[in-house]
Design a protein around this ligand. Structure first.
Ligand code: FE2
Length: 373
């Protein structure tokens, strides 16, 4: 099948020579794009910020959540309530109690993002220490438990429709944005072997979101060795080395970390901002029309958002544009920042993300009005 665009680039009116640079004075650029910044796109130059609505009538609105207010502290991840999801993807937040039971996810690959806390993962492949800022990838069917030394909240991002994969780095080469040598894998060591034995053990298996319990007269986490190319692993954001350009604001997809059927996960890590006078220094307004965008804010100060702090999250659905808050423009115009220390996890979902009923106060209902300044 041909992938040629229907149109070659056309232009009308006053416009910049290329995307994200040298915008017509006083204008606001909006990218209308397909395929998550990789497909056909048009850059409009607007007289007003595309987020300058005075009201939104109806359900469609950008949404923000303070997950710090979730009291989800439980020993079993299968008790963590669903926050957002669809048929391909489920997002939960879990605060691992101590000790956690042995569990297995038969519904999908599970990616844990450790927002805070540290401890040890025990799984079929052995033992692996984890800390804040780690992604822990547990393939569907893996048997695992955590021993948190310091409990803390973590996001559970479940890929229901297939497995997680790493993105192709293309022209950047296979060692960008992190070298696969940075993936930490479990070890079968004395500490792992020491936890094996004849202690009666229950395994809680989640299938089709229902939990069954397998009971063994011994600890089934009893592998003494393994080989293969399927393995649990950890990746910390501190091992991600971002790419940037001093003259061009790169689209968020350059920060892609994982792909799964129906969605992708990107990691924003500390990086310099663009320095060229004509280059856009903030994320461009866009209506990423093929993807709902969920962002979890992990650490640092978020350059394009006001009143968003670590532990909060936003959802920008398809159907309306989003972009920087007014104060971010003022900061950028003053040249006050040359670097961003933000760390965030973005989940772009091809199918609409539905928000589950949340406890009172978790949603910041005034978020849609927050661009009014
Ligand atoms: Fe976006």
């Amino acid at each position: 099948m041909s992938t040629s665009p229907i149109y070659w680039p056309l232009a009308q009116g006053r416009h910049s020579p290329q995307a994200h640079a040298d915008l017509p004075a006083g204008s606001y650029e909006r990218e209308m794009g397909r395929d998550g910044f990789a497909g056909p796109a048009c850059h409009f130059h607007h007289a007003h910020p595309p987020t300058g609505w005075s009201a939104i009538d109806g359900e469609l609105r950008p949404r923000a959540f303070d997950f710090n207010l979730l009291s989800a502290s439980d020993t079993c991840p299968w008790s963590a309530p669903l926050l957002l999801g669809n048929r391909q993807l489920a997002i939960r937040q879990w605060r691992a109690g101590q000790p956690t039971p042995l569990v297995r996810d038969a519904d999908g690959d599970l990616l844990l993002f450790v927002h805070a806390g540290a401890g040890t993962l025990f799984c079929d492949w052995g033992r692996l220490d984890y800390r804040d800022g780690d992604y822990l990838l547990l393939p569907r069917g893996a048997l695992w438990r955590l021993e948190p030394a310091t409990p803390g909240p973590m996001l559970l991002i479940e890929a229901i429709d297939g497995r997680y994969d790493l993105p192709d780095r293309g022209l950047l080469g296979r060692h960008a944005l992190f070298d696969a040598a940075c993936l930490r894998t479990p070890v079968i060591d004395d500490a792992f072997l020491a936890q094996q034995g004849d202690t009666p053990t229950a395994v809680r298996v989640k299938r089709f979101d229902r939990v069954s319990t397998l009971r063994y007269p011994f600890n089934p986490l009893d592998s003494i060795g393994w080989h293969g190319d399927l393995c649990a692993f950890a990746l910390n954001w501190r091992d991600i080395r971002p790419v940037m350009s001093h003259r061009y604001h790169l689209p968020p997809t350059v920060h892609a970390t994982f792909f799964a059927p129906g969605f992708m996960i990107s990691t924003f890590v500390p990086r310099p901002l663009e320095s060229d006078p004509g280059a856009l220094k903030l994320p461009f307004f866009h209506s990423n029309d093929d993807y709902d965008e969920f962002i979890f804010y992990h650490a640092g100060e978020f350059m394009s958002r006001d009143h968003i702090y670590p532990g909060m999250a936003t959802l920008h659905p398809t159907g309306l544009p989003h972009g920087p808050h007014p104060k971010a423009f003022a900061t950028a115009a003053a040249g006050a920042r040359a670097f961003t220390d933000e760390v965030a996890v973005m989940v772009d979902s091809r199918k609409p993300l539905l928000v589950a009923p949340l406890p009172d106060g978790v949603e910041w209902t005034a978020y849609a009005d927050s661009w009014k300044g």
